[in-house]
Ligand binder design. Sequence first.
Ligand code: 13P
Length: 258
Amino acid sequence: MNKSLRKAIIAGNWKMNKTRPEAKELLEAIKPLVANAEGKVEVIACVPFTNLETAINTTAGSNVKIGAENVHFEKSGAFTGEISADMLTELGVEYVVIGHSERRQYFGETDETVNKRTLAALEAGLKPIVCVGETLEQRELNITEEVIATQIKVGLKGTCEKCIKNVVIAYEPVWAIGTGKTATPEQAEEVCAFIRGELAKMFDKATADAVTIQYGGSMNAGNCKELLAKPDIDGGLIGGASLKANDFNTIVQAAVEG
Ligand code: 13P
């Protein structure tokens, strides 16, 4: 394994948190803390749609990139309440979270819709952060690998070899999200390495080695170092801890030291 082949990425997923003034305040606090990560670790804040413009203006000229938390797969039309990929790129958004387990669980997201969103995002020039992960029940049934393999195979279907370089995979075991119950570094590494193996089957080894795979699920200032030290864990997708500038920065610094 060679981590130097790929980019380390620490991304905050703010979920449904922060008004615009609060978003500005948090990003103003994060910016100077993470400035030293430039060129070493990509730092991203994925924020609610309503905060995107504020976030882009606040981080202009800094090394903090902005992502959205979802995108619709159609280009435009009668899809009340939805946001297209072109609307995001026009704003200056670079990344988008796709298929987060909360969207799968509460909003009917499936591997098929994840696939459509991923292809639409790539076509518009966005970099998708595609989330995969098993539930506790699936882990206990020993079907984690089957579940993840299907999520990867179906979710990335039709992605060209050139495009996959712009895709980030986030392994987020559902049982570890927001529960304070993080996967052990060994558990997380095992699945991240499995994902890389699946990517190698779909594409080839060199391509798979270049894809950034993040871990997410109760990653915090206390446990990030051990997780990020694993050979196939190239970064983190951070929920709760991304809402606190100092905690988020501790995770960024752990990746910088990596
Ligand atoms: P927590 O870090 O709050 O567990 O959330 C993880 C997550 O869902 C990031 O997308």
